[in-house]
Design a protein around this ligand. Structure first.
Ligand SMILES: NC(=O)c1ccc[n+]([C@@H]2O[C@H](COP(=O)([O-])OP(=O)(O)OC[C@H]3O[C@@H](n4cnc5c(N)ncnc54)[C@H](O)[C@@H]3O)[C@@H](O)[C@H]2O)c1
Length: 434
């Protein structure tokens, strides 16, 4: 234990989970070194820069990051060996990207090998990444044991899948119950003890790595399937002239019904990937995941449906049309556009020949079709399609939107039900809900 600090922690992966998790540990008086292979990201973080949209007790993550850097309780590095020198608690948040429907173990394998190279007797390795069931035992343990040390005997090995939602990371690290498993009871207890430094919520012991791995996946898949259910319904209610969001609200007044909200598709790292992590295990076992696969198909078809709705409303041929895309994030009030359905809507519209100007106040400016303001996106466009809720897209602003749009036959395709209860609909403006 370091003087003045509870624990010395090394967090591997400084992404949407790793960076706020590192800072959560420092706020709980641990000293943290964050390790990432992305040298540009490490430099940015050490300069106090991050594009994450997180806050803790009203303080933005940017402020917390700068404060913890200044206090000397946090720093980032690309040098795993140096980071491991002092740390006894090693937390892994490196994920498994899905490429062509298959999980890519490359980044995780690289991370575990770099940990094995500096692992010491008595260390705890706690993995928080979402995994293919069986991976803790079949991939993580053997790779760490390349160190010459044995899990359970020489070092502790735990698995506690991360459950936070981006945008609520700091709050949920503290309040979300955590499922904890270990190679043995001692490892599970060590992992739970580390987590209890930051969490006030329950730590639920799982009897095996596999139970924890599958529990994490079915949490995500249950949301994917739930969203597919209402997305499929919305295809039908659309033809009946009924608002799906209203139907969901009415149905959810039943005490045992908890429908989710429809939307332009399901994006991000977590929900769509979960099926692809479970699928290889099911294939090996000869089990057909019929319902889960169908849900993926329904949700993957949504961007095409949204794009088709836009194309039907155009007052001019697609090659002469311009549309404003509002919201590029994969979910509301987020800066994360990874695997965002909005990007797929844009691709479909561009394929059809439309010119696109997209605005999202939180997503960093990385796409060629992005513009810096709502006005620039709307100005002269034939219509707008809203794909994520963000500040500025409120119903009060719709009159101003209408003023910027081309007056010939302006329209808004609203996938978020923002404009359902407009007191006054600007003259000539059509609002269509998906
Ligand atoms: N984003 C979420 O809200 C969320 C929520 C719950 C669980 N998860 C899970 O947590 C994990 C991390 O997700 P994320 O969104 O933070 O991913 P991310 O892509 O934002 O971050 C991962 C980081 O790991 C780094 N990395 C890659 N290889 C490395 C290596 N060898 N050593 C050190 N760093 C390396 C990458 O450069 C990247 O910065 C995933 O398994 C994900 O499924 C994410």
């Amino acid at each position: 234990m370091a003087e003045g600090y509870f624990n010395e922690v090394a967090v591997f992966g400084l992404g949407f989970v790793g960076l706020p998790l590192s800072l959560c540990f420092t706020l709980a008086n641990c000293r943290v070194v964050g390790v990432d292979v992305d040298a540009g990201l490490v430099q940015e973080i050490n300069n106090g820069v991050t594009y994450h949209h997180e806050q803790y007790r009203g303080f933005p993550i940017q402020e917390i990051l700068r404060q913890e850097l200044a206090r000397g309780s946090f720093r980032a590095t690309t040098d795993a060996r140096e980071a491991l020198g002092r740390a006894q608690d090693i937390v892994v948040t490196v994920g498994l990207p899905v490429i062509g429907g298959e999980p890519d173990t490359g980044p995780l394998t690289g991370c575990l090998r770099s940990i094995a190279a500096g692992l010491k007797p008595g260390d705890l390795v706690l993995v928080r990444s979402t995994l293919v069931p069986g991976m803790m035992r079949r991939l993580v343990k053997p790779l760490l044991e390349e160190s010459g040390l044995t899990a359970g005997r020489d070092f502790y090995l735990g698995y506690a899948p991360e459950r936070i939602a981006e945008g609520r990371a700091f709050e949920e690290f503290v309040t979300m119950p955590v499922v904890v498993s270990g190679i043995d009871e001692l490892s599970r207890n060590e992992a739970a003890a580390l987590l209890r430094i930051i969490t006030r919520a329950e730590t639920l012991p799982a009897s095996s790595f596999e139970a924890a791995e599958v529990a994490k996946l079915i949490e995500n898949i249950s949301r994917d399937v739930g969203i597919a259910l209402v997305n499929e319904l919305s295809a039908l209610t659309g033809t009946m002239g009924i608002n799906t969001f209203e139907v969901v609200r009415l149905a959810n007044s039943h005490k045992r019904v908890k429908l989710l909200q429809p939307g332009p598709g399901v994006g991000g790292y977590c929900l769509p990937n979960a099926f692809h992590y479970l699928a290889p295990v099911a294939r090996e076992a000869g089990i057909d995941l019929e319902l889960m696969a169908a849900a993926r198909r329904v949700n993957d078809a949504m961007p095409r449906r949204v794009a088709d709705a836009v194309l039907r409303l155009l007052p001019v041929p697609p090659a002469a049309a311009r549309v404003a895309v509002l919201g590029l994030a994969m979910k509301d009030f987020s800066s994360d556009s990874r695997q965002s359905p909005a990007l797929k809507v844009v691709a479909h519209l561009q394929e059809a020949g439309l010119a696109i100007r997209a605005f999202d106040p939180l997503v960093p400016d990385v796409y060629p079709f992005q513009v810096g303001s709502l006005e620039k996106a709307l100005d002269g466009a034939h219509g707008a399609v809203v794909l994520a809720r963000q500040q500025g897209f409120e119903p009060e602003n719709v009159e101003a939107f209408a003023r910027f749009l081309d007056p010939s036959a302006p329209f808004i395709v609203d996938t978020k039900n923002i404009y359902a209860n407009l007191k006054i609909v600007p003259a000539g403006l059509r609002v269509v809900f998906i």
